[in-house]
Design a protein. Structure first.
Length: 274
């Protein structure tokens, strides 16, 4: 995505159309569009030809962008789990690992980055009733691997609003749910985590369209992306007007929900009842 955005900036600065850029590398206009959105892999030769077309002669600048192209083509750690991943999910895992800020609303279950191993196993088993034990364990392992990013040196800021429904809906037995609630209390005290609970008592709210995640990146060239998972696919929205609507909805959810400290008290109350 970073390379694609830089190539788009260079193309637009020279006033070159996508059609002309595509012609220069023996490709279609849609191929250039997919490249600029970071949706396809990059051939070094194509990047070099585009840089020539865009008038980039400085060797250092060319080398930097060609190096970025090679780096973009290196498979991420999650590709080793491709056998158990739906086709649309590797893109999300890659975006999640590159983001500096994750903002999310969840209503069905606890967000994947905050799930305990036992809770994650119960969620996967419920959603994949015909899956083998081996496939279930692979999915759980992937979820736990993703969580390492949240406590790494380059951990992102993670702001999440959990609907109370996600906390009351049982996945696994009583011990699993108690362990999950205790884990949420502990992880909510991490400096990079802001966890709020949207209580039933509020009634209707701006999260009526369902769960979503907004991903923001440290590179100024990259626009925010809204991710929404569906039954057989996922949506990735990056148009400013679309992202703006979801940002507005999340801000309202954050404003209407109790703050992190009060939300921890709510979690402790649910723990006592479980």
């Amino acid at each position: 995505m970073l390379l694609g955005s830089q190539l788009r900036r260079l193309r637009e600065a020279r006033g070159i159309t996508r059609e002309a850029a595509g012609y220069s590398i023996r490709a279609s206009e849609s191929k250039i569009s997919r490249m600029e959105l970071g949706r396809v892999s990059f051939k070094t030769r194509d990047v070099e030809d585009l840089l020539t077309l865009y008038g980039i002669a400085d060797e250092q600048e060319r080398a930097s962008l060609v190096s970025l192209a090679k780096e973009a083509n290196v498979a991420g750690w999650w590709h080793s789990y491709s056998d158990v991943l739906p086709s649309w999910f590797p893109t999300y895992v890659g975006l999640e690992g590159a983001a500096s800020l994750l903002r999310a609303y969840e209503v069905q279950f606890v967000h994947g980055l905050l799930q305990t191993e036992e809770y994650a196993r119960a969620v996967v088993r419920r959603g994949m009733k015909s899956a083998s034990d081996a496939d279930v364990e692979r999915r759980v392992a992937l979820r736990l691997e993703r969580q390492k990013y949240l406590v790494s040196e380059r951990a992102p800021e993670f702001h999440v609003v959990l609907d109370e429904a996600a906390l009351r809906r049982p996945y696994g037995d009583r011990a699993v749910m108690r362990g999950q609630l205790q884990h949420l209390i502990e992880v909510s005290e991490r400096p990079n985590v802001r966890l709020q609970v949207m209580p039933f008592s509020l009634g209707g709210h701006s999260g009526e369209s369902g769960s979503f995640t907004i991903l923001s990146f440290p590179e100024s060239d990259l626009s925010d992306v809204v991710y929404m998972e569906q039954l057989t696919s996922a949506l990735y929205l990056d148009k400013a007007e679309d992202v703006g609507q979801y940002e507005k909805a999340l801000k309202e959810l954050q404003h209407d929900s109790p703050g992190p400290s009060e939300s921890r008290d709510l979690l402790r109350g649910l723990l006592q009842l479980s």
